[in-house]
Design a protein around this ligand. Structure first.
Ligand code: AP5
Ligand code: MG
Length: 192
């Protein structure tokens, strides 16, 4: 089973992916995490993208595609992938479909976590005190939210058309959301 989880900054993509990975023995691809690792390790790519990430914009489709491609073509992760934060625009949604097809895979479920900007600000300011992510301050969080809003509508329509889209109330508690997501996953025919 391959799963996409998307939503605005602070929606709980990473938190919920963490639970799903353990419960269903899957592998999480957080494009944001992978990009931050490049910055932390001061790779050539990391140096190139750090100002983009820390301004709340999207890095190029090509860069993120190269990153996810490695996991999609790796047989040990076949049909075990959670895409956390990919796709973020229509070109990425189409690209993901193509890459999966080429590797004899498909998406089985798409989860959209919905949360308000007020909640996002609160969660990101709380996380800032713990994780010290450079893009976690109110101004950049609002910019990340605007970037999300600007690009996501065609992605939502794309997945609505495939019938795979499930909308989850991201304002509920972590465990309530977890229960809802588990039920959705287990309702898929042949989910294991
Ligand atoms: P990314 O790292 O994906 O950041 P994001 O989308 O802004 O999302 P976050 O990681 O901030 O939030 P989350 O939804 O994972 O929430 P979390 O579970 O941590 O991307 C960073 C950047 O990388 C992008 O801005 C872009 O530049 C670049 N990038 C990434 N992917 C890209 C792509 N595909 N294309 C181009 N560029 C890309 O939760 C947040 C906090 O809230 C935590 O402290 C958590 O404990 C808490 N929390 C979670 N759920 C709840 C709940 N239900 N109730 C109360 N608290 C909760
Ligand atoms: Mg995250």
């Amino acid at each position: 089973m391959n799963l996409v989880i998307f939503g605005p900054p602070g929606a709980g993509k990473g938190t919920q992916s963490g639970y799903i990975v353990k419960k269903y023995n899957l592998f999480q691809i957080s494009t944001g995490e992978l990009l931050r690792n490049e910055i932390k390790n001061q790779t050539k790519l990391g140096v190139e993208i750090s100002s983009i990430i820390n301004s709340g914009s999207l890095v190029s489709d090509e860069i993120v595609s190269n990153i996810i491609q490695k996991f999609i073509s790796d047989k040990s992760y076949k049909d075990k992938l959670i895409f956390d934060g990919y796709p973020r625009n229509l070109a990425q949604a189409r690209n993901l479909d193509n890459l999966l097809k080429k590797n004899d895979q498909k998406i089985d479920i798409v989860l959209k976590l919905s949360v308000s900007l007020e909640t996002i600000k609160k969660r990101i300011l709380e996380r800032k005190t713990m994780e010290k992510r450079p893009d976690d301050n109110e101004e950049i969080a609002i910019k990340r939210y605007e970037t999300y809003e600007k690009n996501i509508k065609p992605v939502i329509d794309f997945y609505k058309d495939t019938g795979l889209l499930k909308i989850v109330n991201g304002e509920a508690t972590i465990s309530e959301i977890n229960v809802e997501i588990s039920e959705l996953i287990e309702s898929i025919k042949g989910w294991l």
